[in-house]
Design a protein around this ligand. Structure first.
Ligand SMILES: Cc1cc2nc3c(=O)[nH]c(=O)nc-3n(C[C@H](O)[C@H](O)[C@H](O)COP(=O)(O)OP(=O)(O)OC[C@H]3O[C@@H](n4cnc5c(N)ncnc54)[C@H](O)[C@@H]3O)c2cc1C
Length: 496
């Protein structure tokens, strides 16, 4: 079988985020001896959960796309997901709300979505279909190349598909902003705003990010948006259990202090002052802190590490003592002035009329909240931490959010909140070591961003590899999964 190790090696992994877990499954499935050190007492990093007064909350990611990458891990491990990991495709991906009372259901089925747009916004359904075709076309041309391979290996660039994609660059809208592409394709301001929102899926600004990012709607509206049974944390649990089954050894509450480098090679990990020797090391820790904290004496790729970070988030996890039938699993309450909202984020500020996202897993998992209640994950995009007065800002933003949601849903939200927990840029950094609390590593606000992310291997230190949202191909669960796949492939190639 192709999936066998050439030579059994000892591999140490820093961090049990989803990319660290996926790397562990892949490498252990090749027969390697894998050990994972995790600073937290639980696996999953951002992809984790917690309970608060009878409500269950997914702590970070709420949207699940490209489930095939989880299925692939089961296949590689020679296990069946049956009875262990299940998910369903969402018939309605998102409920959109505007201040003028317009409401729109973004159906998972593209024809139904087009019809809804025609009915609610008066835009011909064909226009949505054409925009989604454009999105699919761009993905077909670039997805395999830009996302599934290392951009930093010569053989990626000699692949004929790359050459083909390169020749088509004008059609990829690399030199146009995502907003321009959406204005060109969709024309109606509300529809442009809806499609511009996809830039936030990797923490970017649609008015700056290249039009190539208009591939993102293809993931949601054509490949599909899904919900894992048991909530998002079920992804972590499934991959973690799979890793354990493959013999991976986990050490929780064991932060790695140093990567041991000898003669230009990664040779081990220092934990609690003790050196653990490995043949290879994979870091799932944010690449910025991997260099700053674990490799302080090694040369750092300064340009790569100093790139603009993606946006962060401010989340209020609220227990709500009422149910709202007009809300679904994913809900967006749009700002009236999207461009000004992004200008604020760009300048390190929060806009007074922010776009509010509400995720309610209770809609699909009734046990996630007490009877008659809902578990609201209420989030706005905020800038990465640049030393802002967060305590003051959070209180101010909380008031703006409560006013906006109350106004748009016609209910006094403040009176319905039974309990609250908050996640913000500083705690995102302290809980998962994400530099400045950014959600998706570096931003994609310019056309070279995809090429500027740190590679999945070190070009200076042999046998050192990187996976996770801060390195190629970027943040978000699917891309983190792909980073693990690339790391596994590179290690395998290096062994040959
Ligand atoms: C609020 C929020 C909403 C999001 N929404 C979505 C979404 O809807 N869909 C989506 O696909 N993505 C979403 N994302 C992004 C997604 O969560 C991340 O891209 C992904 O989970 C990052 O995974 P990772 O493998 O990079 O590791 P991380 O989750 O960043 O975990 C890294 C792990 O490494 C550990 N670690 C760090 N340093 C050390 C050390 N020295 N020693 C040992 N362990 C260490 C940390 O404790 C942590 O567990 C969201 C993120 C957040 C925060």
């Amino acid at each position: 079988m192709k999936n066998q190790a050439q030579r059994k090696e000892r591999i140490g992994i820093v961090g049990a985020g989803i990319a660290g877990l996926a790397s562990a499954v892949r490498l252990a499935s090749r027969g390697h001896e894998v050990e994972v050190f995790e600073a937290n007492p639980y696996p999953g990093g951002k992809l984790s959960q917690f309970e608060l007064q009878g409500y269950r909350f997914d702590a970070g990611p709420s949207l699940f796309t490209m489930p095939q990458y989880v299925d692939e891990l089961f296949r590689i491990a020679g296990a069946s997901p049956q009875g262990r990991f299940a998910y369903e495709r969402l018939p309605v991906v998102c409920h959109y709300f505007w201040e003028d009372g317009t409401q729109l259901l973004a159906h998972g089925d593209r024809d139904a979505f087009g019809q809804e747009v025609e009915e609610k916004l008066g835009v011909p359904a064909q226009r949505v279909a054409s925009a989604l075709d454009d999105s699919a076309h761009k993905y077909e041309l670039t997805g395999r190349i830009f996302l599934e391979k290392s951009l930093h290996k010569l053989n990626t660039w000699t692949n004929w598909k790359v050459a083909k994609a390169m020749m088509k660059i004008p059609g990829l809208d690399l030199f146009t902003s995502m907003n321009r592409v959406n204005e060109r394709n969709l024309k109606h301001p509300k529809l442009v705003q809806l499609f511009n929102r996809f830039a936030t899926y990797n923490g970017s600004n649609p008015y700056k990010a290249p039009g190539l990012l208009s591939i993102i709607p293809h993931f949601e509206h054509q490949i599909g948006a899904y919900f894992p049974k048991g909530g998002m944390n079920a992804i972590t649990q499934a991959v973690y259990e799979l890793a354990r089954e493959k013999g991976v050894r986990f050490h929780f509450e064991q932060p790695v202090e140093r990567i041991q480098v000898e003669d230009g090679r990664a040779r081990g990990l220092q934990v609690n002052g003790e050196l653990h020797r490995y043949d290879r090391v994979v870091s799932n820790m944010d690449v910025f802190f991997t260099y700053k904290k674990l490799l302080p004496d090694q040369p750092h790729p300064k340009r790569t590490l100093s790139q603009q970070k993606s946006t962060s988030a401010l989340i209020f996890y609220w227990g709500i003592k009422r149910q709202f039938p007009e809300l679904g699993l994913h809900n967006i309450l749009f700002s009236e002035d999207y461009r000004t909202e992004f200008d604020h984020l760009e300048n390190g500020k929060i806009y007074e009329d922010p776009t509010v996202y509400i995720n309610i897993t209770q809609k699909l998992e009734p046990g996630d909240a007490p009877e008659g209640h809902e578990n609201w994950f209420t989030m706005i995009n905020v800038p990465y931490d640049d030393g802002q007065e967060w305590d003051e800002l959070i209180g101010w933003a909380r008031e703006r959010i409560i006013e906006k949601v109350s106004r748009m849903l016609g209910a006094d939200i403040r009176a319905l909140i039974t309990c609250e927990e908050i996640l913000e840029p500083r705690t995102i950094q302290s809980r998962t070591a994400s530099h400045l609390g950014s959600l998706y590593g570096t931003s994609s606000n310019n056309r070279t961003a995809a090429f500027m992310r740190h590679a999945n291997f070190s070009s200076r230190i042999k046998n050192l590899y990187f996976c996770g949202g801060s390195v190629h191909p970027g943040g978000g669960i699917p891309l983190c999964m792909l980073s693990a796949k690339i790391v596994d492939e590179i290690i395998h190639e290096n062994q040959n």
